[in-house]
Design a protein around this ligand. Structure first.
Ligand code: AMP
Length: 200
């Protein structure tokens, strides 16, 4: 089963994707993590993307689509994946549909973590303090830029998936265990509706 966790930066997608990975046979596919690994490894791709990421902009669609295409070929993705931070543009979403369709697969559902932008900025400041500021894009200025980019480029995808009948929203401002519980309820609903076996 293939699932997308959707929401602005700092909404808790990564945290919830890891929980889903641990509880279900779903691999977390975070393009942000993959790009940061490329930057840390000093690869050509990493060098190309670092400045864009630090500024809070999106890296080009073909870069992330290429990364995901390569990753989906790995055997651990056979049981399905939780996409975290991808797709972020309509072009990426269309490319993802095409990639999955070529494997006889599809996006089975999209869960939006609904959050308040101002509270998000506060959370990022806290994350920055807790991690000692290891992420160059985890500061209030860049986050505001990333939120603008989210609303301009990524939020329109909500409509794309709503029209496809695949979108469910949960309260991303709730405590982490409660958000997890709400996501479980959504997955259970999809399972019962025959949309796929999300719950073991
Ligand atoms: P994230 O950790 O998902 O917030 O991603 C960190 C940064 O990596 C983003 O601000 C973008 O610069 C870049 N990035 C990650 N995923 C994507 C994507 N799907 N499309 C374009 N840029 C991305």
């Amino acid at each position: 089963m293939n699932l997308i966790l959707f929401g602005p930066p700092g909404a808790g997608k990564g945290t919830q994707a890891k929980i889903l990975q641990d509880e279900h046979a779903l691999v977390q596919l975070s393009t942000g993590d993959m790009l940061r690994a490329a930057v840390a490894a000093g690869t050509e791709l990493g060098k190309k993307c670092k400045a864009i990421m630090d500024s809070g902009d999106l890296v080009p669609d073909e870069v992330v689509v290429g990364i995901i295409a390569e990753r989906l070929e790995k055997p651990d993705c056979a049981q399905g994946a939780v996409f975290d931070g991808f797709p972020r543009t309509v072009g990426q979403a269309q490319a993802l549909d095409t990639m999955l369709a070529s494997k006889g697969k599809k996006i089975d559902g999209v869960v939006e973590l609904k959050v308040n932008d101002e509270i998000l900025v506060g959370r990022i400041v806290q994350r920055n303090q807790e991690t000692g500021g290891t992420r160059a894009d985890d500061n209030p200025e860049t986050l505001r830029k990333r939120l603008v980019v989210y609303h301009q480029n990524t939020a329109p995808l909500l409509d794309f998936y709503a029209k496809a009948g695949k979108l469910k929203s949960v309260d991303g401002m709730a405590p982490i265990p409660q958000v997890s519980q709400e996501i479980q309820t959504v997955l259970k609903g999809w399972t019962e509706a025959g949309g796929g076996r999300f719950v073991r």
